[in-house]
Structures are given as C-alpha cells and as structure tokens.
Write a protein that binds this ligand. Structure first.
Ligand code: PMP
Length: 296
C-alpha cells in the first residue's frame, strides 16, 4: 500500500500572528529561509497540554535568533501564548510543535538585511520518529563518513534551517538500513547523531560528548544529565572517539522527537549484550515519570 507523506490539510497553522488552514500557510518563494536556509527553528513536545521544557526551548530559540542577527516581532511570552493557541485550535493535547523563524522575502543575494520582516510560524501536529519496537529492543546505527559542521562554519549549537549536513549523514544511515547515524567532528571525535544526542554507559558512568565537541545542546540531553545526577549516576561530558562507541556497555540517543531510545548495535558491533542495558532502562523510566509528573 502506498504511504501518503502529504502534510495534514486539516491543521490550523499559526503564521505571523494568525491561525490559518494548512493550504493558506505558505511562504514567499523569495524567502531567505527557503533560498538560503537562513533561519532557525525549535522542535518541542506537548505532553498533557503542557509545553515540554518550555523555558529551555524558548531560551535556545532566542539565543539562536541572536546568533544569526534576526529580530522577530514577538516576545518569548507572545510566542508561548501563540503555541498554546495553536495547540487548542488543533485540539492537540499530546504532539509536536515546530516553531520556525525564517528570514523574510528579499533580494536574490544572500544579504540578510535586504529582506522584509521575518516570517514566524508554528505547526502543531503528531510525530512518530521511530518504531515503538525500537524502544523495547533497541535500534541499530552506524557512524557516518559525513563530518559534522565545524563549529566555526555553521555551529551545531545553532539550530538553523540548514540541516543538509545532517541530512547527508542521514542518507548514509538509510542506505545502511538504519535510521540514525553518529557524526564525528572535524577532529574525528564523536559529536552527536543527525537529529539526536548520543550517550553511552561505561563501567557504570554515563558519558556524552561535551559541548565543545560541536553539537546541539539538546534540551532532552540536559534533562537526562539532570535525571542521572538525581539518581546518583556519575556523569561525564567529555571527548569520545570511535572505539569508545565500540567498547560501550550501553548506549542511547535523546531528542525531543526520539525521547530516549536505546542503541543496541553500532557499525555491526553489538552494544554490550545487544539489549537495552539497566542504566538506559532506568533513565527511560525516569524520563517517563518526569513527563507524567508534569516536569518537576
Ligand atoms: N542534535 C540535533 C542535530 C538535533 O536536531 C536535535 C533535535 N532534533 C537534537 C540533537 C536533540 O535536541 P533536543 O533534545 O533539544 O530535541
């Protein structure tokens, strides 16, 4: 049966201050977000009608806007209200929010200030990143040959509309029969995955690449580090090389869409015993409990 990948036509999209049907939620072909990937975005979850880690997502969004010298007409509080309005308009209590700020339409050169006002839009929809079975049995991944952007080119810390670096690595993953790939930084050390952060467990310690390894500081990554500390699990944010991944006892990825998903095979090597490990399962349970409690 053919799968329909067309966007849901029945949504209400918040676009520059108005809620409009999907068909009317369009941007100009001269938009610099489209022409050059000049813009930033956030991917956020809604659990039980609450915006997950709202403050952290808003902080990152406005930090990224500042980094690319884009000013939008809406304050953080106004954006949060707009997200809540969009959730209500779509009767969505559990789902995914895509918040985008795109440099507006302008001249054909890349000059970012020869543009009209940025477009800001909010999509609230359902998301399922990975098969539920993967959360029980684990996922297999590869290490991609595509290097993560050098932090002095497009810093991975900026969640920009230019995801081609990640997409090229994702294509390698798909070609290898996987859905995620680890990306190494230009020095050859581990940075993150194409759309998720990476953690491993070694000798009872939870280890993840440090920010200076060139990665997006994921909101879920931050939460997992906090939950691990609460559990008394020692954590390290450090430099990891390819063999560290092959020698790991446990591994998992984190992301707003992915939540926490165990990794049980990497480059055809079993991670630990080839099953989700005890610390991974503990943190998955703690993550769920955190969501159920409304985040506290
Ligand atoms: N790294 C990349 C490249 C991402 O795009 C994302 C978000 N999908 C993450 C990590 C995870 O970040 P967060 O937990 O904030 O969703």
């Amino acid at each position: 049966m053919a799968v329909d990948y067309a966007p849901n036509p029945n949504l209400k999209i918040w676009l520059d201050g108005k809620l409009v049907p999907t068909a009317e939620a369009t941007v100009n072909v001269f938009s610099h977000g489209l022409l050059y990937g000049d813009g930033v975005f956030e991917g956020i979850r809604i659990y039980n009608s609450r915006i997950f880690e709202c403050d952290a997502h808003m902080r990152r969004f406005y930090d990224c806007l500042k980094a690319i010298r884009m000013e939008i007409a809406w304050t953080s509080d106004q954006i949060v209200n707009a997200i809540n309005d969009t959730m209500k308009a779509n009767n969505c209590e559990n789902g995914y929010i895509r918040l985008v700020a795109s440099r507006g339409p302008g001249t054909l050169g890349i000059h970012p200030f020869r543009t009209t006002a940025p477009n800001v839009f909010i999509i609230v929809d359902k998301i399922q990143m990975y098969d539920p079975e993967m959360y029980e049995k684990g996922m297999k991944i590869i290490i991609a040959s595509t290097t993560r952007n050098h932090p002095n080119s497009i810093s991975p810390r900026i969640k920009s509309l230019n995801y081609l670096n990640n997409i090229l690595a994702k294509i390698e993953a798909i070609d290898a029969g996987c859905l995620e790939a680890v990306m190494l930084n230009p020095e050859g050390y581990v940075s993150e995955c194409t759309g998720d952060n990476l953690f491993l467990v070694k000798n009872g310690r939870l280890v993840t690449p440090a920010t200076h390894c060139g990665l997006l500081e994921g909101v879920t990554r931050g939460l997992i580090l906090k939950l691990a500390a609460k559990r008394g699990i020692p954590t390290d944010e450090t430099i990891l090389a390819r063999p560290d991944l092959y020698f790991a006892d446990e591994m998992f990825i984190t992301g707003t869409g992915a939540e926490v998903c165990p990794i049980t095979e990497i480059d055809k090597r079993k991670v630990g015993k080839g099953m989700p490990g005890p610390i991974t399962k503990q943190l998955m349970a703690d993550f769920r409990a955190y969501i159920q409690s409304g985040g506290a």
